[in-house]
Design a protein around this ligand. Sequence first.
Ligand code: 2P0
Length: 333
Amino acid sequence: MTFSRVDVAQVILGDCEYCPVDTFEAWSPVNIALCKYWGKRNGVLNLPVNDSLSVALPGKGTHTRVTRLQVGAKDIVFLNDRPVHEADSFYKKVVAHLDLFRLGRSDRFRVDTVNTIATAAGLASSASGFSALTRAVAGVQGFSLDDGALSILARLGSGSACRSIFEGFVRWHKGEAVDGMDSCAAPLSQVWPGLRLGVLTLTGSAKKVGSREGMARTVESTPLYSAWPVQAEADIAILEEAIAARDFEQLGATAEHNALTMHATMIASWPPLLYWEPESVAVMQKVWQMREDGVPVYLTMDAGPNVKLLFEAQVEGSIRQAFPDVEVVKLFP
Ligand code: 2P0
């Protein structure tokens, strides 16, 4: 049996009391994966092949306000204070997500979404965006949902959005069910006040192949992909141990190895997928040289050329000296 996104939303929202309000605002953070989500077992419901584990970026993310319009009006979408045209793919994705919450009613909405991160930074705003939109539209309909249900609904918009429902360290459990009712994220209890993430924006140019297409190509075209879920499962266990023990070397090394393994599967796809630019490789080599020189710093990369550094507070001075343009994010209060 196959399930549509509307079927899943109906199961979750069908029994919710409808208590509409005029407007509702929500916020969600961006998240960076230490063990990546790469590959789907169901592309309609964004069900992943493997579990992933991320950390939220406090203060960096998306504010979304959903306002009820007159019945019969057209949905309106504003992104960063600018109207988005109906023909734009972003408009279509937002409206398709709103559709999940209408349950056959003719409710119409205005969506105002503002990202607090520059799109050029290469920090996935689709994760924070669909998470905030999920919270805001559920709020304007007055549906009372727990964070697990919100996480499942956010996933239907964009897979990694299910992790952005939560702050801190978050694990997305891939689940086994065909309808994905067990595929949602949950927060880890640990905090790590000294942990830092450094964002290096190397190029702001738009990527040629998006994650959605890139994942599908990797799953279909490289025999290396079969090794990926095996490593991801092992890495998650090691990362959870490292977080519990606050073992930075173990955390950093595992996150870096995980990211580079994901990129290896991309490079081995056909046609090949290489998100790196020469500047990305130069940063990698600099990071590896710094480690040889005794500075504990590791890197991670997503489906783009920009590099994120992982380090602890005591080496922040060395990191800023080596990378004057780095934007340092404190991950926990
Ligand atoms: C991650 N990425 O775990 C991985 C690492 C990119 C590289 O999650 O198709 O935008 O909407 O489910 O969530 C980006 O994938 O893809 C992503 P869809 P999504 O952060």
